[in-house]
Write a protein that binds this ligand. Structure first.
Ligand SMILES: *Cc1c(COP(=O)(O)O)cnc(C)c1O
Length: 478
């Protein structure tokens, strides 16, 4: 497929509108020295180009997308419709508070509901993504210790099963990362945690259920060990899909939480579009939250900056329309629907795991939460069939591969998260396809290494794509 830069010819364009009659502003010293070179394509070429690109992408509307830890569930279209209402899209963040009372009410009510779900007392919607929320949460931890004159706490404990963003965020916030090895059951090793927690510990970052899809039964002991050492507990709530409406991080002993509204709460993601990673905290930390929080006074709302706020981590109120979609979703599902969605997410994952058993080996053979991990470690040793082979072969069947080679504590891992929005038939079909792929590969191992056979591109150099991405187009020299 050609790039847009390789299409069209000079002089072709889409200028249906008359020449602008507003005088051009003088950019002064910022003027570019030569005209920008843009593709010269007609409108129909442009339209076809993007339609062709869209056909090559795989989204939830194209097929099954069991990308573990990413919660690629279907997000109801009605929420998109609500978020595109002019009343919400046509406002400006600098408008007088009086004229945006409805929007402030949405923020305030959504905050209340998500605090109820997480067991937190207040929440800021400024962070724009999960990792951004983590970074914000770490700044809260720092502000807390600083306010107590306890600045020798330089360490953040992160289990080796954590999402890669956790240690990265801790390092970005200036902390030293202490890597905590998991026990053989995939959960936190309490003795190792006791060893690691001391007067230098600023906090712990944890997700529960963890990245192998297991709920850590020792969670109350874990948070107590950290609190006893004087640290704070941060909950990575990117994956609330298994526990929303059922178990609350606040009750598990966590002090700070981020959520991924673009995973659990109805904003589709994967294309880099706007997300939201709100950060909630216990009342003792509320005064440090970033941005402005909507404060109810009588029947009105006004925006107030928390007294010891860490400042801003993003402009204004974050991605408001994403919050709006979450609010609509919460209202649609309601108090009964939210835990029901979580139960179905867990049921679907366990059902799919049971359909794969007998062919694939579960990394941890016990009931899972919203996702599970299978390992091809043995298979790789005996027949050379790797996790990547299975993932690539799935592409020919219109199925997006599961997350591969993550978490790092499982060799040849495939991490499968079916989500609650998939019908039973899809799970059965996908499991059948996976089992067949493995059966056929075991009979004739050489064939699987060639797959996929029917995709526009086949096996790519993924290391080069990650290490040396080419993101700028160079026009050929004339
Ligand atoms: C997705 C995810 C994140 C990061 O979220 P982004 O919005 O991609 O920054 C962090 N932790 C876990 C467990 C996740 O699954």
């Amino acid at each position: 497929m050609k790039l847009i830069f390789e299409l069209g010819t000079d002089g072709q364009g889409t200028d249906l509108l008359p020449e602008c009659d507003v005088p051009k502003a003088d950019p002064g010293p910022f003027a570019r020295s030569s005209a920008v070179r843009l593709p010269q394509v007609s409108e129909v070429e442009l339209s076809r180009h993007y339609a062709a690109l869209a056909r090559r992408a795989h989204g939830v509307s194209d097929g099954f997308y069991p990308l573990g830890s990413c919660t690629m569930k279907y997000s109801p279209k009605i929420n998109e419709e609500l978020a595109s209402m002019r009343e919400f899209t046509g406002i400006h963040p600098l408008q007088p508070e009086d004229s945006v009372q409805g929007c402030l009410e949405v923020l305030a009510r959504c905050e209340t509901m998500l605090c109820e779900i997480t067991g937190m007392d207040s929440m800021s919607f400024q962070p724009a993504a999960g990792a951004h929320g983590e970074f914000t949460g770490l700044l809260l931890i720092r502000a807390y210790h600083k306010s107590r004159g306890d600045e020798q706490r330089r360490k953040i404990i992160v289990p080796d099963s954590a999402h890669g963003t956790n240690p990265a965020s801790a390092a970005m916030a200036g902390y030293e990362v202490v890597n905590l090895p998991s026990g053989p059951d995939g959960c936190v090793d309490l003795d190792a945690l006791k060893q690691a927690a001391d007067e230098k510990t600023a906090g712990l970052m944890l997700t529960n259920p963890n990245t192998v899809g297991l709920f850590d039964r020792n969670i109350l002991d874990i948070t107590k060990i950290i609190h006893d050492a004087g640290g704070l507990c941060y909950y990575d709530g990117a994956n609330m899909n298994a526990i929303m409406g059922i178990a609350r991080p606040g009750d598990m002993g966590f002090d700070i939480v981020h959520l991924n509204l673009h995973k659990t709460f109805s904003t589709p993601h994967g294309g880099g579009g706007p997300g939201s990673g709100p950060v909630g905290c216990k009342a003792s930390l509320s005064r440090f939250l970033p941005g402005f929080l909507p404060n109810p006074c009588g029947s009105r709302y006004s925006l107030k900056r928390p007294p010891n706020s860490i400042g801003d981590v993003k402009a204004f109120y974050g991605n408001f329309l994403v919050v709006l979609k979450a609010y609509a979703y919460l209202l649609e599902l309601g108090k009964e629907g939210i835990p029901e969605a979580a139960r179905n997410a867990v049921l679907n994952a366990n059902y799919m795991m049971s359909l794969l058993k007998g062919h694939f080996q579960a990394a941890y053979d016990r009931p899972c939460m919203h996702e599970f991990v299978i390992t091809l470690e043995q298979e790789k040793k005996t027949s050379g069939i790797s996790a990547a082979d299975i993932a690539k072969a799935l592409l020919d069947h219109g199925i997006h591969p599961p997350t591969m080679y993550f978490p790092l504590i499982v060799q040849e891992a495939l991490m499968i998260e079916p989500t609650e929005t998939e019908p039973r038939e899809t799970l059965e079909e996908a499991a059948k396809v996976m089992n067949q792929i493995l059966d056929e590969a075991q009979k004739e191992p050489s064939t699987i290494h060639l797959q996929p056979l029917h995709t526009p591109v086949r096996r790519l150099d993924e290391v080069a794509a990650a290490r040396r991405p080419i993101v700028c187009y160079e026009y050929p020299q004339e």
